[in-house]
Design a protein around this ligand. Structure first.
Ligand code: AMP
Length: 261
């Protein structure tokens, strides 16, 4: 079986409390790897750490990260019809029309690697997208009633505004392996180069100060109501995203695993 890489700890494995396969991570922590995890929705403003935490969730549970920002950037780079429609909007920090984003997400969620679950990073971002996702999950549930498909685990990462600015302006990534760095908090060993493969790191086009403001405004105006919606329906868990990254990860794992128990 193709196993996701362990997040530290020894590689000894076994059968878990619920009968699914596990890998021991040390200190009595075990990782379910074959069980359904279901949809996980990560909410939070740009720079809250959704991308970083998604990668850790991916490693632990062996489910894909679906970042609508990454999918859109890929479309822009390939010059697809969707990419051409999205390019100027993204460059100005606005939101791409719901219909385009929802069609793209539907297609991605139909891929076989999403069967056990997936992490939605940057989606839903508007009330219409949240309603669309609820309807889709319900439809999937009645199509194939797997209990985990109907109810996403929704987690919001809350981060102080000034901290967000430092995180966004300092953000660099490796175009080759996707690893994320921050020149203020988590610089690479050699300035400007990826620790893993030595590729020159790049900053995102929309991480410039003049684009950050409209992006944060779009979050406040359009995405905050999404969190309110999940809160009203008692589906939202908030995490203090100002904590050290490992603490945030620990808390995320425990929310997800408590939900599975
Ligand atoms: P992100 O990488 O999540 O910060 O997204 C980068 C940009 O892609 C955003 O500023 C939007 O222009 C666009 N985008 C990403 N996700 C969505 C979404 N769910 N709805 C609309 N636009 C999106």
């Amino acid at each position: 079986m193709d196993l996701p890489r362990a997040v530290g700890g020894s590689a000894a494995g076994g059968r878990g409390r619920y009968g699914w396969e596990t890998r021991r991570l040390g200190a009595g922590v075990t990782m379910p790897r074959t069980r359904d995890v279901g949809p996980i929705v990560l909410l939070g403003p740009p720079g809250a750490g959704k991308g970083t935490q998604s990668k850790r969730l991916m490693e632990r549970y062996g489910i894909p990260q679906i970042s609508t920002g990454d999918l859109l950037r890929d479309n822009v780079q390939r010059g697809t019809e969707l990419g051409q429609a999205a390019k100027a909007i993204m460059a100005q920090g606005g939101l791409v029309p719901d219909k385009l984003v929802c069609d793209m997400v539907r297609e991605r969620l139909n891929q076989p690697d999403c069967r056990r679950g997936y992490i939605l990073d940057g989606f839903p971002r508007t009330a219409a997208q949240a309603g669309w996702l609820d309807a889709l999950l319900e439809e999937k549930f009645f199509d194939n009633p797997r209990p985990t498909q109907a109810m996403p685990i929704v987690v919001r990462l809350d981060v102080d505004y000034n901290q967000l600015l430092l995180r966004i302006t300092g953000r660099r990534s490796c175009p080759s392996c996707g690893r994320i760095y921050n020149v203020h908090f988590q610089p690479p060993k050699v300035d400007g180069l990826c620790d893993v493969d030595g590729t020159a790191l790049v900053a995102r086009d929309d991480d410039r100060l003049e684009v950050i403001k409209p992006r944060l405004e779009a979050y406040e105006r359009q995405t905050r109501p999404v969190a309110d919606y999940y809160e009203r329906t008692r589906r939202l868990v908030s995490i203090d995203g100002d904590q050290p990254m490992d603490k945030v990860t620990e808390r995320l794992f425990s929310i997800i695993e408590d939900n599975q128990a």
